[in-house]
Design a protein around this ligand. Sequence first.
Ligand code: TXA
Ligand code: MG
Length: 352
Amino acid sequence: MNTLIIKVDELMLKPQDLMVAAKILREGGLVAFPTETVYGLGANALDTLAARKIYEAKGRPSDNPLIVHISEISDLEVLAREIPEKAYQLANVFWPGPLTIILKKKDCVPNGTTGGLDTVAIRLPANPIARNLIAESGVYVAAPSANISGKPSPTKAEHVIKDMNGKIDMIIDGGMATLGLESTIIDLSGSTPVILRPGCITKVMLENVIGKVEVDPVILSKNPDPQAVPKAPGMKYRHYAPEGKLTIYEGDTTLVIDAINQKAKEKQDSGKCVGVIATDETSDLYRFGIVKTIGSRKDEASIAAGLYAILREFDELHTEYIYTESFADHSLGHAIMNRLLKAAGYRIVKVV
Ligand code: TXA
Ligand code: MG
């Protein structure tokens, strides 16, 4: 398949820019597009055959449900039933934005989109290209992250091109995804709100709007029981995996740097390709391997934004061992550590 690639500037968006992409979606095709979190791979959410193409292009297990993207809050009522007041409270504060809400689904949402579940995940994205594309297409857009299943989510069009060129109808290059981590997922289909995936909208931010929120215990664990099943099916797969063996070092910064230097030297001396994930504050202190800085510790958002790109850069270099510092496990840091731990297969060394 010949994949059409177009560049669109979100600050100078013209109505005609998205006409071809919208038509492809209406006709059951696949279009990758930027959102403020990561790039999504879109198809008509109410068309089972279109949704099935997403699973094929990604190599994604079919029991892993898709998020349905909408362009107006009022679209909620078309897709979901028994919508609690808390859903509207969250939508009014955080939409458009990086929050996905799980609700009981209406019959119009096919099982092929929800992986057979009786619930549907819904998000109204903030990125103007994403939002205008959904509105212009006139369909609801099912969109997982636009990566091959198991790879880090794409934060730049070049990542999508690497994974999807030749497999989908179109890729819209809208520059870098600003946040860099997938949306927070909150389940409002039961009696208590539960966070199923941490993201840029934190537990505290949610609780400030709707009161008590729980967190799926499986995502809190640093050493999950392999038998434990997370409530978001996608969280059970080994995600965000770089090719190299990633290990997280945790502890006092000076000790962490010493330990990583020692390990990196050892592997490098034995002829291995070694990568180190450092921060602006520490990058000068590493002496072995390929050192890349992920962002500044003074600006956690820069670390979130840089994480997936750096994992992909190390893949390009066929790095065999990657060592990284760890980050404070609260607020946005909680989402960063959640992704990093998964990418590392929960390999974490505590330095004392
Ligand atoms: O930021 C994002 O959410 C991005 C952009 C493109 O919007 N999308 C994204 O989609 O991350 P994906 O498919 O990579 O992750 C969706 C997650 C999966 O873990 C899936 O299992 C979960 O949402 N999910 C979807 N529907 C669900 C449902 N009804 N119940 C529980 N979990 C659900
Ligand atoms: Mg994904």
